[in-house]
Ligand binder design. Structure first.
Ligand code: AMP
Length: 436
């Protein structure tokens, strides 16, 4: 190409910071995980739900909490033509599902209502490994159950999904954040403790000290983390009811044989949790990022104007699950299945091949051609690169005689046969290979 003809257009740029394109093996893995999720959801009797990618901002301010990082630093507010809208891209899925539960009168359905969702969330975080600005989550919400076995069932779902996905030793960290009775007393204790370090806390935590001291426990600033290490533990400050509830969650988790570790310092980054909180990890390794998180949120439906409804939910980060699978060496080989590659030489062969193509595709085989390549050699090379199991070769001579050659790409063995016999032969051959 002459110089003056090349690059007549500027490159438009790359995907926005914190986002990425998914294609090929990574996207196939995602499809596999989503299929697994929806199959398991059906097995657990969950009803699928899909809510919008953006909601009224107030939903997140009230539910997730104004003082949380997710809302304060990471939420994408929407504007249109320079005008601020009272809308935000959803940073998580629970708020929208709870809004929908109220809006569609699901409180009058037989309780509990068990829902499952999969979707994209948006958080303006500093991009790094495992942290994206557009992230994919699958989640489960059970509304209308105060029973501790519901927590255990949701944790079981979470663990089983990770295990079936291929995570070798998924485990759950389990804690409690108390309720409206014991939490205020605990918060007073925390304030008392943190006030001694008032001058050393970061500016966010200095503000949190007065109205949300528990938020200091999950501040990412190393100095605040160090101070928080010796703070009083919530588990030592639960009221009788919360203590009993926590005990029963543990008993039910034991019965379901869900592997868990009790973590007194588990502080989830969202305000709506009451009592039980938990996080999923791919092993007990300390450094790892959480694969998922969840907990009980008995006050959220009421906070959004519905009747008081106990509820529990969890979400798993699909991007993180994929990365754990890809880096952990678990069986993640996701190859595209190509049964047949049609190798065509000549005009008459093309006609015969197209007739065969339509039959094979409608008989549920995966079939590929390379119409831009002319020589037999280059087409066979393409068949090999595509990883096709069989090649059907139709040249001038075969086309004239109403025949085709079927070549096993693995062994190189070839057989010539009547064109009409090809579909049946392929089915038998491929059935034989998949049974091996
Ligand atoms: P959360 O709603 O913060 O409890 O998050 C639930 C799960 O979503 C986490 O355990 C992660 O697996 C995943 N997640 C949260 N934030 C991000 C992010 N920025 N990028 C990728 N995954 C995320």
């Amino acid at each position: 190409m002459a110089d003056n003809q090349s690059h007549t257009h500027e490159l438009i740029g790359s995907a926005p910071r914190g986002t990425r394109d998914l294609y090929g093996a990574t996207l196939l893995l995602r499809h596999r995980l989503l299929n697994l999720f929806w199959n398991q959801a059906e097995q657990f009797g969950l009803i699928p739900i899909q809510t919008p990618s953006f909601e009224q901002k107030v939903l997140f301010l009230k539910g997730v909490g104004e003082e949380t990082d997710i809302v304060q630093k990471e939420m994408y507010d929407l504007t249109s033509h320079g005008e601020e809208l009272d809308l935000a891209l959803r940073p998580e899925g629970t708020a929208g599902v709870v809004r929908a539960y109220i809006e569609h009168g699901m409180a009058s359905w037989p309780q509990p209502v068990r829902l499952a969702y999969a979707g994209t969330m948006f958080r303006h975080e500093r991009p790094q490994r495992g942290r994206y600005r557009e992230l994919s989550q699958v989640g489960v919400e059970i509304l209308g159950s105060s029973n501790p076995s519901s927590e255990a069932t949701v944790m079981f779902f979470m663990w089983l999904f990770a295990k079936r996905a291929g995570i070798l030793e998924p485990m759950i960290k389990l804690g409690s954040t108390g309720d409206a009775e014991c939490r205020p007393k605990y918060e007073k204790k925390l304030q008392h403790y943190f006030r001694e370090f008032a001058g050393e806390l970061c500016s966010d935590c200095t503000r949190r000290l007065e109205n949300r001291p528990m938020r200091i426990l999950d501040c990412k600033n190393p100095r605040c983390q160090k101070i928080a290490e010796k703070a009083p533990s919530v588990l030592d400050n639960l009221c009788k009811n919360c203590e009993q509830h926590f005990k029963e969650v543990i008993e039910a988790a034991d019965l379901l044989a869900v592997p868990y570790e009790i973590d007194a310092r588990l502080a989830r980054g969202l305000d709506y949790y009451t009592r039980t909180v938990f996080e999923l990890f791919h092993s007990s390794a300390k450094e790892a990022l959480a694969l998922g998180g969840g907990g009980r949120y008995d006050g959220l439906v009421e906070l959004y104007g519905g009747q008081k409804t106990p509820a529990i939910g969890m979400a798993i980060g699909i991007d993180r699950l994929e990365e754990a699978l890809q880096s952990g060496g678990a069986a993640t080989e996701t190859k595209q299945r190509i049964d047949v590659f049609l190798v065509i030489v000549g005009e008459l062969a093309k006609q015969k091949a197209l007739q065969l193509y339509t039959i094979l595709i409608q008989e549920d085989l995966s079939v590929v051609m390379a119409p831009d390549k002319e020589s037999l050699r280059s087409q066979l090379k393409a068949a090999d690169q595509a990883g096709a199991s069989q090649a059907v070769i139709i040249g001038q001579q075969e086309a004239n005689g109403g025949q085709a050659i079927v070549r096993d790409m693995e062994t190189g063995k070839q057989e010539t046969m009547d064109l009409l016999a090809v579909p049946e032969y392929l089915h038998a051959r491929l059935g034989h290979i998949s049974a091996e």
